[in-house]
Design a binder for this molecule. Structure first.
Ligand SMILES: C[S@@+](CC[C@H](N)C(=O)[O-])C[C@H]1O[C@@H](n2cnc3c(N)ncnc32)[C@H](O)[C@@H]1O
Length: 241
């Protein structure tokens, strides 16, 4: 009892600067196995979701794209395909060990250490911004959305892919079981149970698909739309500056 009372709060139980610190430490800790577990948990479908997300951005050869909270850089492949070798893509993340893995990927992506709440990129300079499984992790989603709008060119497009809760009660129950039991168990195999408990817990705390759409509109994006993937466990939102 005494131990439970004195135990440090877990990453999904904190907010603000403490969340920022804990989240960064957590991703540093799981960086070596991040790609492997990502593919295992999504049955490798995350590559398809990324490609779909980028297709909705209508990028052209020579365009300029930014991937915020880029992690190990897997948005690099669809972005590079979309902008062709003549385009430019840059990834930003605040966790050096994740960026070090991104650096080894063959997508010719510029990488920058930086925070989604204060993005180290010029205003009105990007045709598109992607964020994959990132907004759920930032301490201030409104600040991150403002930064996204700031760096987009007028008419530039934004896409966010993140976890969601299925709309049907039956699927929600099933997902709750899978994500709260199977995913942490998978993490345990690598000694990372807490980090993989963070996934369902942070999903439960994350805004709804409608809430995110509203926040995007509030930040100044228009033509906001969203589509579910993976039985409603993933939702992709697009918007335009
Ligand atoms: C779940 S991973 C997603 C990585 C990558 N976008 C992907 O699609 O696989 C979340 C990433 O967001 C980064 N992140 C979380 N909060 C951040 C913040 N405030 N600023 C920058 N990066 C952040 C983490 O370091 C981590 O690499």
């Amino acid at each position: 009892m005494l131990m439970a009372e004195n135990a440090a709060p877990r990453p999904w139980e904190v907010d603000g600067e403490e969340k920022r610190r804990r989240v960064r430490r957590m991703f540093a800790d799981i960086s070596p196995t991040y790609d492997l577990l990502n593919s295992a948990m999504s049955l490798r479908l995350h590559h398809r979701w990324r490609t779909d997300a980028v297709e909705g951005l209508r990028l052209l050869a020579g365009d300029v794209g930014a991937d915020l909270c880029c992690g190990t850089g897997d948005f690099g492949r669809p972005l590079r395909d979309a902008v062709s070798p003549s385009g430019r893509i840059v990834g930003v993340d605040f966790c050096m060990p994740m960026l070090q893995i991104a650096l080894k990927k063959p997508y010719a992506m510029g990488l920058s250490l930086g925070d989604a709440g204060a993005v180290p990129l010029r205003s009105s300079s990007f045709d598109a911004v992607t964020v994959g499984w990132g907004l759920r992790n930032v301490p201030d989603m409104g600040a991150a959305l403002s930064e996204i709008v700031r760096i987009l060119k007028p008419g530039g497009r934004f896409v966010c892919v993140d976890m969601a809760r299925p709309k049907s009660a039956l699927l929600r129950g099933l997902s709750h079981f899978v994500f709260n039991m199977a995913v942490p168990a998978m993490g345990s195999l690598f000694g990372k149970r807490e980090a993989y408990t963070y996934l369902p817990k942070s999903t439960d705390r994350f805004t709804t698909r409608e809430g995110l759409a509203e926040a995007m509109r509030g930040a100044g994006l228009k033509n906001v739309r969203y589509e579910d993937r993976f039985f409603g466990n993933i939702c992709t939102h697009w918007g335009e500056k």
